[in-house]
Design a protein around this ligand. Structure first.
Ligand code: SF4
Ligand code: MG
Length: 316
């Protein structure tokens, strides 16, 4: 079995007090070395918040996040620094994540110099090789972000992330803002980089088909909670949670991918006032009396397949 690289445990949660929202609620999750873990769910379900607490951009109110056994939200700046370099995040909008006043060379090279992966004399070669690995021509390294297309900017963001030699890459909706034709190129780049560098990835997307294509395992989230985890093949064959089933039913086919989950998105209940018990009960075709009263627990239904639904914790 591959090594555990990230552990989220002890009912990890995060509330956003200004919005009176529990963005993450009772999350536990293990990420194994070398895997691509997909996270799906509608917008606002907590996917990005989960990505940010793993990469150290947000701290949970509750629970622990461990990176290679080290608690990254505990008061140890050395450990946090190592984890922050080891876990890099790439975002949806490449333009807003790149400093418009910096040349590509500095965008990619700066953190690598600061953290000692290269030095001022060697940074040009260092940047060139990263640009080549990410499918960019090094001749353009003195250009600025606005001189590149969205897909090229996403390649720059990936090169910047790789510059500090991470072993975990968190990709948050990294192709959502791109044209469909460019999406495939970026996904292929991520796949080949992962294979050559033995990267572990957490792949966050509302687009089930993209997640399915990229991931070994898939996590479904709904209103801040993980509701199902399974290996991709098992989840496709036998999705157990009624919400996962609904996501699959409503997922547009591959060649019609830009039609998003509009039909269900309209029905999401307010996160300010989530439904009691199972948050999905207002939309669930299988709702029972207990569903409005008790929060279901995560239950193993098969090796590696867990689901949070009362249908599976009733005495049979
Ligand atoms: Fe539906 Fe009840 Fe399961 Fe929630 S716990 S998904 S409401 S059956
Ligand atoms: Mg998001």
């Amino acid at each position: 079995k591959p090594d555990l690289i990230i552990k989220i445990a002890r009912k990890t949660g995060l509330g956003i007090p200004e919005q009176k929202v529990l963005a993450l609620d009772d999350v536990s999750l293990d990420v194994y070395e070398g895997e691509v873990l997909g996270i799906v769910g509608e917008s606002g379900c907590g996917k990005s918040t989960l990505g940010k607490i793993v990469s150290g951009l947000l701290s949970p109110d509750k629970g622990v996040i461990r990176y290679r056994g080290m608690g990254i939200n505990e008061a140890n700046s050395f450990v946090t620094r190592i984890a922050c370099l080891g876990i890099q995040m790439i975002f949806q909008n490449p333009y807003s994540s790149l400093n418009p006043r910096m040349k590509i060379r500095d965008i990619i090279g700066e953190a690598a110099i600061v953290h000692g992966f290269t030095d001022k004399n060697k940074v040009d070669d260092y940047v060139d090789s990263l640009m080549i690995r990410c499918g960019l021509a090094p001749e353009y390294k003195n250009y600025y972000p606005h001189q590149f297309s969205g897909g090229q900017c996403q390649r720059i963001a990936i090169a910047r992330a790789l510059a500090v030699m991470p072993d975990v890459l968190i990709c948050d909706e990294v192709v959502s803002a791109l044209d469909v034709s460019v999406q495939a190129q970026i996904l292929n780049l991520l796949t080949s980089l992962r294979e050559e560098s033995r990267l572990t990835s957490v792949f966050i997307s509302h687009d089930l088909r993209v997640v399915e294509h990229m991931s070994n395992r898939i996590v479904t989230m709904y209103m801040g909670r993980i509701v199902e985890i399974a290996e991709t093949g098992d989840l496709l064959k036998l999705p157990a949670h009624p919400y996962t089933c609904k996501l699959f039913e409503d997922a547009p086919s591959l060649n019609n991918r830009n039609v998003e989950f509009k039909s269900i998105e309209r029905e999401i209940p307010s996160a300010f006032n989530p439904p009691s018990g199972c948050h999905f009960h207002l939309r669930c075709p299988k709702k029972m009396d207990i569903c409005t009263q008790a929060v279901p627990k995560m239950i193993s239904i098969e090796p590696g397949h867990k689901v949070r639904c009362h249908l599976f914790d009733l005495p049979s």
